[in-house]
Design a protein around this ligand. Structure first.
Ligand SMILES: *[C@@H]1O[C@H](CO)[C@@H](O)[C@H](O)[C@H]1NC(C)=O
Ligand SMILES: *[C@@H]1O[C@H](CO)[C@@H](O)[C@H](O)[C@H]1NC(C)=O
Length: 545
């Protein structure tokens, strides 16, 4: 209806006529009872005790009634609640790295959810473009083509296709060679770091993430307050993230996000060099060269930080971590920890994670939390918060009692309601203690995977050899032979056994039951899971959700 711009709307839409009639009737009642509409439409208290003439609710009911049952009136609905955004984090620059073929699928949902909490956000792709009012920079613009080598041809093709209106999004389905676009990714990290620094040379912190990274934004406030107390951002270098190793080279995994503070930046780009293009060109060329024969940009950056800046990444998992709600291995090692980042987050999951954070903030009362020393001027945006120059109260603030959003809460919100409570009953089988899902991968294989190679040899117990031969034996291996095992996964010749809890995902949507079965079958042992969760929860008692 609203989209129909041609013809007389009145003639074309009986619905519109209805609305008009309702509006007229409503005005009459409003007039007759002299109701103060603005105060009545959104009563703050219990509607039952609000009193007054019934006309007010008539307005809402009528509007719903003419638009049909709930769910069909989305176009006309306004957001019912303003999202909780808390205090803006001006002093941390958020740099998002993505690519032209996926940017439209990934980044908009970031902009709609957590990004506004980080007013100084930069978006980098491999094509200069815009998303709504956001400028998107081309991270490869400053990459030296002569050093980068052949890979850069995809970049040129991309620019050319774009100029010819070819449609670059994966959804357009014409990518062909450009699927290789990901291979451009490794050249981006150093240029993004250089440009982020140039744009905001005085920030205390710089956080680098990907287009499929989600942040639990409210946790970053107490986290950075705490961090600032022990590491002065101007003098004590920080390069923190989730440690990855490749050929003994340590680096912060990019998708999990890595945090670099002002002092560490200064080590890489010394004072006076921030805008020295000769120096920066040299730096870029050195590491573009390294990238041309490396796998990944986060590794290249790790190398630059270690070799040139002398700051090696510190492993700060699980605040920085690379999983989403269903792929996280819940375990006592993370259950009671705060969450900072999540990775491989699907756009729909990002929405749910945002909803989760909003619900948590309301439940904990953190929706009104502010750091000590926060003033009206900060609130009105007249003054920006500087971690490197915090008010005295903030330096003394005890954040150890802050109610962080924990892995536990994510478990309670996402997993607990989805968990099967009872073992699956199968005909003619009396041994099953597991709840079973067919065509489902609960990622048990990540922990302890039994396969042909691992079970050959005479010294291997028989139950391990048996476990890889059938679903039933794999199940038995978990139920009877490993006390710690709470879930298992079987696929032809592979039996995964895990002491950690992983929800996992369905492996495919089409095909027959038999095909699904071949893809894999997963099982949980509900009674053991319950016991484990209870044990893990004892270290952070309580339940917010
Ligand atoms: C780049 O590499 C050269 C040769 O190893 C070195 O002399 C120079 O200092 C490096 N420059 C930067 C900015 O890293
Ligand atoms: C593991 O897989 C089983 C069987 O598919 C499923 O019932 C369970 O939901 C999964 N559990 C976990 C923890 O992933």
């Amino acid at each position: 209806m609203l989209a129909n711009a041609t013809g007389s709307p009145l003639r074309r839409s009986p619905l519109l006529v209805c609305i008009l009639i309702v509006l007229v009737t409503q005005s009459y009642f409003l007039f007759k009872y002299n109701v103060q509409a603005t105060t009545r439409f959104y009563p703050s208290g219990d509607p039952a005790t609000a009193g007054g003439p019934e006309t007010t609710s008539t307005v809402i009911v009528t509007r719903t009634a003419i638009l049909g049952p709930s769910g069909t009136s989305a176009v006309l609905q306004q957001p019912t609640r303003t999202p909780i955004r808390g205090a803006p984090l001006h002093d941390i620059v958020l740099s998002i790295k993505t690519g032209a073929t996926v940017i439209h699928a990934r980044v908009p949902i970031q902009l709609l959810t957590f990004v506004p909490n980080f007013p100084n956000t930069l978006i980098y792709s491999d094509l200069k473009t815009k998303l709504g009012d956001w400028e998107v920079a081309d991270a490869l613009a400053r990459v030296s083509a002569d050093v980068a080598g052949g890979t850069l041809k995809y970049w040129r093709t991309m620019q050319e296709l774009h100029s010819q209106n070819a449609g670059l999004s994966d959804s357009a389905g014409k990518m062909g060679d450009l699927k290789e676009g990901w291979s451009l990714d490794k050249f981006k990290n150093i240029p993004i770091l250089i440009e982020s620094y140039q744009k905001y040379p005085h920030a205390s912190y710089y956080l680098f993430i990907d287009g499929d990274t989600s942040l639990i934004s409210s946790n970053w406030w107490p986290y950075l307050l705490d961090l600032t107390k022990t590491h002065d951002p101007l003098h004590s270098p920080i390069y923190w993230g989730s440690l990855a190793l490749l050929n003994d080279m340590p680096f912060g995994h990019g998708g999990s996000g890595y945090l670099i503070n002002q002092a560490a930046m200064r080590k890489l780009i010394p004072e006076g060099k921030t805008f020295d293009e000769a120096f920066l060109g040299d730096l870029e060329r050195n590491y573009t060269k390294l990238a041309s024969h490396s796998c990944c940009g986060d590794l290249v950056l790790g190398r630059a930080m270690t070799d040139r800046a002398g700051v090696t990444v510190k492993h700060k998992w699980p605040f920085y971590q690379g999983e989403t709600w269903w792929s996280i291995p819940y375990h006592e090692s993370n259950f009671c920890n705060p969450l900072g980042t999540m990775h491989h987050v699907l756009p729909e999951d990002m929405q749910e994670i945002w909803d989760f954070e909003q619900a948590m903030l309301r439940k904990t009362g953190n929706d009104r939390w502010r750091p000590a020393g926060w003033t009206e001027h900060h609130e009105q945006g007249l003054v920006e918060w500087k971690f490197s120059d915090m008010p005295r109260e903030a330096k003394k603030m005890d954040v150890s009692t802050y109610k962080y959003i924990l892995f536990r809460d994510m478990y309670d919100w996402f997993i607990a309601p989805r968990l099967p409570k009872e073992p699956t009953k199968e005909a003619n089988e009396d041994w099953g203690n597991s709840a079973v899902r067919v065509g489902w991968d609960n990622l048990s294989w990540r922990e302890d995977e039994l396969n042909k190679d691992k079970t050959k040899g005479d010294d291997v117990e028989q139950w391990k050899k048996d476990a890889i031969t059938s679903e039933k034996n794999c199940r038995l291996a978990c139920e009877k032979h490993q006390k710690d095992c709470i879930q298992w996964y079987f696929r032809n010749g592979i039996c995964g056994l895990s002491p950690k809890f992983n929800y996992g995902h369905r492996l495919r949507n089409d095909g027959t039951y038999r095909e699904w079965r071949n893809l894999g079958v997963s099982g949980w042992i509900p009674s053991r899971i319950e016991a484990k969760i209870k044990e893990w929860r004892s270290k952070c008692p309580g339940q917010v959700i």
